[in-house]
Structure formats: structure tokens, C-alpha cells
Design a protein around this ligand. Structure first.
Ligand SMILES: [Zn+2]
Length: 275
């Protein structure tokens, strides 16, 4: 009898030991692997609060201004254009956590970029390139899409890891800030991010009573012009995919009662102001 009890006890011990080992090993594997698959699966931005993201954006922006990496354009007419376009769009952003800061960089490149925390930089070259306020609005709406979907901070988490980002937010290491900026400005979002930002832009444009096909006309112009191809630039890297983006914009269906409202902006004057 006693022997049986001992045998049963040993069996139970083995059983619990087995269950414990199974979960222990499983957890270890998960923690080893999480960097690549579990946590980093497209929802990276959830690992950082909006407050921390905004702080990170402020630090990168301070770095840009302090080190003269980015010279801002001083031009009243351009400022008024940015104000007119952004205010139409901003009113239609639903439940944003961001207080947008949109500035114009004195650079002839046809480009724009976002850094974490709702900061958007539009290059002077983009104003020279666009044919209408609607096209500029399309680009801005696309950048707002990147902001609202938190693409910039997700990209930084993937590239640098959370630990480094948290240490920057708390300590503000300027050397690392330079690297973060380099990464935001010179490496492109992936195709799924671009698609998501385009989709966001089309819906935002529609709500703001701006024709969503402005995205198509912008990309058509990019196709027509012989711009230097640069796979790392926000807009210049899009050549191979321009056609699918044009198609998506052209096939986007606005609601039946959609009526576009023109911008009261003389675009020729805008271009002349930049000469
Ligand atoms: Zn983009």
C-alpha cells in the first residue's frame, strides 16, 4: 500500500515537473524570439506612449535646429499656403493625439518627411514641383497618414530597439539623436506603410472636400518628370510602385454627395514667390 502511494507521488512529481519544464522552456523560447516575431509584428508603436513619442520628436527637432541640419524657409506667402492647406485637413482628422507642427525646409529637393510626435517637414522643392494646392494637400494628407498610423516611431523602434529610444527620451543623447534623424530622413517606409498612408490620405482628402485623385495627378507628374531616382526618399523611391498608387487613387470612390471645394490660392504666384 505504502509502495503504491510512493509510486503515485513520484508520478505526480514527474507530471508537475514536466508541465513546469514545458512552460519554462516555452517562455524562454518566446523571450528569445520576441524581438523578431512576437512583439515586433507591426504594432511596435504600442510599446511607446504618445507622450514619449512626442518627447522624442521634440528632441529630434531641437537637434535639427541646433545643428543647422535643417534650414527653415522664411516666406510669408508660403506660410499662408501651408496654413490654408493644413487647416482644411486638420479639422478633419479624427481623434488625433498630436499637436501638429508643419514647417517648410529651404531645400530644392522634391521631398517631405515626418519624425515622431506629429512633426512634418515639407521641402521647398515640393512647392516648386506641385501644380496645384490640391497636389500639395495630397502630399500633406499622406504625411498626416504616416503620423496618425505612427509609422515613424515604429520604424525607429525596429531599427534602434526600445531600450535606446527610452534612453534618448530620458537622457537626450545628441549623438544618437543625429542617427535617429538620419534614419527618419534617409530611409523609406515599407510598401505596406505607404499604402496605409495613401488610404488614410484619400479618406482625409474626401472629408476635407479635396479631390482624392490629387494623389494620382501628383504621381503622374512624378512619372512624367525625370527626377533622380532615390529608393530611400519618401517620394522619389516610389517609381516602381507609382502606377499601383495612381490606380488606387483613381479607383477610390467618394460618397455620392461629395463636392470638391477649390482652394482660393493663386498657384502661379506661389511658384513665383520661390524664384
Ligand atoms: Zn510615404
Amino acid at each position: 500500500m505504502k509502495q503504491k502511494i510512493v509510486k503515485d507521488l513520484i508520478k505526480i512529481l514527474f507530471l508537475f515537473g514536466g508541465i513546469f519544464a514545458f512552460f519554462y522552456v516555452g517562455l524562454q523560447l518566446l523571450s528569445e524570439d520576441k524581438k523578431n516575431s512576437w512583439l515586433y509584428s507591426g504594432d511596435e508603436a504600442k510599446l511607446i506612449s504618445y507622450e514619449q513619442e512626442i518627447k522624442l520628436g521634440n528632441l529630434i527637432d531641437e537637434y535639427l535646429i541646433d545643428t543647422d541640419e535643417t534650414i527653415l524657409l522664411q516666406n510669408e506667402l508660403i506660410d499662408s499656403v501651408v496654413w490654408a492647406v493644413r487647416s482644411r485637413l486638420e479639422k478633419q482628422i479624427i481623434m488625433s493625439e498630436y499637436d501638429y507642427k508643419i514647417v517648410v525646409v529651404d531645400d530644392d529637393l522634391v521631398n517631405a518627411f515626418t519624425i515622431p510626435g506629429g512633426r512634418i517637414y515639407i521641402y521647398k522643392g515640393l512647392f516648386e514641383f506641385c501644380e496645384s494646392a490640391e497636389q500639395l494637400a495630397a502630399v500633406l494628407a499622406h504625411e498626416i497618414g504616416h503620423v496618425e498610423k505612427r509609422h515613424s516611431v515604429s520604424k525607429l523602434i525596429k531599427e534602434f530597439g526600445l531600450k535606446i529610444l527610452f534612453s534618448i527620451v530620458t537622457g537626450g543623447d545628441t549623438i544618437l539623436l543625429g542617427e535617429l534623424w538620419e534614419s527618419t530622413v534617409s530611409s523609406a517606409f515599407d510598401r505596406s506603410n505607404e499604402k496605409e498612408a495613401d488610404q488614410y490620405a484619400m479618406e482625409l482628402l474626401e472629408r476635407a472636400k479635396i479631390v482624392p485623385t490629387a494623389i494620382a495627378s501628383f504621381f503622374r507628374k512624378l512619372n512624367r518628370e525625370e527626377l533622380d531616382y532615390n529608393e530611400n526618399m519618401e517620394f522619389l523611391m516610389t517609381h516602381p510602385h507609382n502606377n499601383s498608387r495612381i490606380k488606387a487613387s483613381l479607383s477610390y470612390e467618394t460618397a455620392g454627395n461629395f463636392e470638391a471645394q477649390d482652394f482660393d490660392i493663386d498657384w502661379k504666384r506661389v511658384k513665383e514667390a520661390l524664384k
